[in-house]
Design a protein around this ligand. Sequence first.
Ligand code: NDP
Length: 321
Amino acid sequence: MDITTTNTNSANPSTNPDTPLFQPKAAIESVSFLGLGAMGHHMAKHLVGQFDRVMVWNRSFETAEAHAKQFGTQAVSLEQAVSADVIFSCLPTSDVVDSIIEQALPHMRANSVWVDCTSGVPEQAKQSQAKLAAIGCQFIDAPVSGQTAGADAGTLTVMVGAEAAALEYAKPAIDCFAGLIVHVGPSGAGFAVKAVNNTLFAINAWAAAEGLSVLKAHGVNPSAALSCINKASGQSFATLATFPDRIVNREFPKTFTLDLMAKDCGIAIDLQTEKKVPTPVMAQVASLIRAASNQQAPGTVDFSEFAKFYEMFTGITIEDD
Ligand code: NDP
């Protein structure tokens, strides 16, 4: 499925007379992907065969070379990668993206579009868009949801903050790994939606850990409780997938790390602080996820291990007897 809702409120990129006009080619010829981690590895493979040139770059270059061997992409230097018509990035944080953009700027071609699929900071997206617009390019914040399974299947939900013309040009490339693309607003809006989405997920997951622990204390196995909840009004993605597939079976497969979840919740809290919107539940859960994350070295455990942190509060393990 592929539905794009274009938000007509986004600003026109060419209203400032000092900004070079964004005049992309009629069709995308070359694409590149920066950051072949848990998500990027899969997302980049869907680009193969769709464009004349599909380049990949990764900090640990052997990862790019392995990708090229496995999928037929081209492992190239950062300088070469950022000369593509459409440049994708999927990196841990906006700070990492910013530092790569600084290195990339002298090597980018005018009229190219940078599609950042990192779960990033809205304000930093606006700054990147200003920098790229000044050289006749465009920056799109296009964070994704669907986990590594969605990246593998090419069915990710993509939340886009962008100028309409930039999205229109880059859309055939984004489509390669998307099940749904929604233009949610101007620069930064995609990152904002992603941060709130993940915080809602964290809230649901934390609440489910509490509920299942209470039930276990009363002698109800988590799997039995989930069988009911998942056909009733208390269901969420956390009860449908996270608990059965990661927590109750005690597998905790590492696909989305706890520090990245803590980062996303932190971005949502910064957004509420900026606009003085009281969000006591979001703030509480964001703080708890941060506390859980602080117990572990970054990048070492899956987000579902927040449940082990909560289990220290209760002394109850969320597994079946
Ligand atoms: P990973 O940790 O698996 O991969 C991170 C990638 O970034 C690697 O390619 C790594 O390179 C590179 N990298 C890390 N630090 C630097 C640096 N300083 N300079 C250059 N490259 C760097 O992350 P994910 O793929 O899981 O996540 C990427 C983004 O996607 C994050 O913002 C995350 O929040 C978001 N996301 C993740 C989901 C998931 O399920 N995993 C789902 C939806 C969004 P190297 O190989 O050299 O370490």
